[in-house]
Ligand binder design. Structure first.
Ligand code: GUN
Length: 293
């Protein structure tokens, strides 16, 4: 079998970010400094890292960013008030409230409070509908958008392909399935999940397998059809005493055993993760462009 292609998300994201840097400069020339607000509630260590990378990337591109860190005890009303003030702030074109939120806050209520024109996560019902309708004025959730960009840039043909998405979240699984089945990609899509009967057998049908479940190394070698393309969305911390941090990152795919069977696979880290941030920057620029019009 041909050697496995490692899909380098970091390199592909860098080319997307170059385009974003140019577009940010163009918008600034026209008198609009694109602005992103990132709201973090509580002190989940992984969320802190993600929010830090998002803000740093804005800085690198010349996008204005505002990081709002709130204590875990913040009430839902107080968070709604923060969202409303960002909705009304003309220096802010994109608003992202980092998930997960503390359990006493209803995430759905927060997402619905975000002005859909500033919803760069693409989680507001209006943007979910636009994705289903294939209306390009909507925002596509960053992680699935990043997976599609990765496939497209790597020249992987989705047309007529059998795609299986494991996971049905509103952040990844469902939007990923909609993108794959869209008229642009034309895949035949199955959404599998924790209650699916014989998950390994479903996965073995896939020409393109997308794992987005959040279970470390769940997808084993015998779940994968030889020659398949495997996109690993998982970023799981597992204990590793040999690391200074005390943990290492693994995906939802048992990489060492799966990689030799595939035509192509994304590594963790360095696969989907960097693409997610790049697509967030793209969405922020789309928001700034559309709010100018
Ligand atoms: N938590 C994990 N992924 C995401 C994301 O794409 N957006 C937000 N807001 N929170 C997340």
């Amino acid at each position: 079998m041909a050697p496995t292609r490692i899909l380098d998300g970091k390199a592909i994201a860098a080319t997307v970010l170059d385009e974003c840097r140019a577009e940010a400069a163009h918008l600034i020339n026209l008198g609009t400094v694109p602005g992103l607000a990132v709201v973090l509630v509580g002190d989940d260590p992984a969320s802190k890292v993600y929010v830090g990378s998002k803000v740093r990337t804005c800085h690198e591109l010349g996008i204005h960013s505002r990081k709002i860190e709130l204590p875990a005890a913040t009430t839902q009303d107080a968070l709604l008030e923060v969202v409303r003030s960002l909705n009304a702030d003309s220096a802010i074109h994109g608003i992202l409230v980092q998930s997960p939120l503390p359990p006493h806050i209803d995430e759905e209520a927060i997402v619905r409070a975000i002005d859909p024109r500033k919803d760069v996560d693409g989680f507001h019902p209006e943007n979910v509908a636009k994705l289903a309708l294939e209306d390009p004025t909507g925002f596509v959730p960053c992680t699935p958008a990043g997976c599609m960009k990765l496939l497209e840039t790597a020249g992987i043909d989705t047309h007529g392909a059998e795609a299986v998405v494991i996971g049905r979240s509103m952040i990844v699984g469902k939007p990923m399935a909609l993108l794959l089945v869209s008229k642009k990609a034309n895949a035949t899509v199955t959404i599998a999940h924790s209650r699916s009967k014989d998950l390994p057998a479903i996965c073995r049908r896939a020409d393109i397998l997308v794992a987005a479940v959040g279970r470390p190394e769940m997808v084993k070698a015998d779940w994968v059809k030889p020659g398949a393309v495997v996109i690993d969305v998982g970023i799981n911390r597992i204990e590793d005493a040999s690391k200074k941090s005390g943990f290492r990152l693994v995906g939802d795919v048992a990489y060492e055993e799966v990689a030799p069977r595939c035509a192509a696979i994304t590594p963790v880290p360095g696969g989907v993760g960097p693409m997610t941030i790049a697509m967030l920057m793209k969405n922020t620029l789309q928001a700034a462009r559309q709010q100018r019009a």
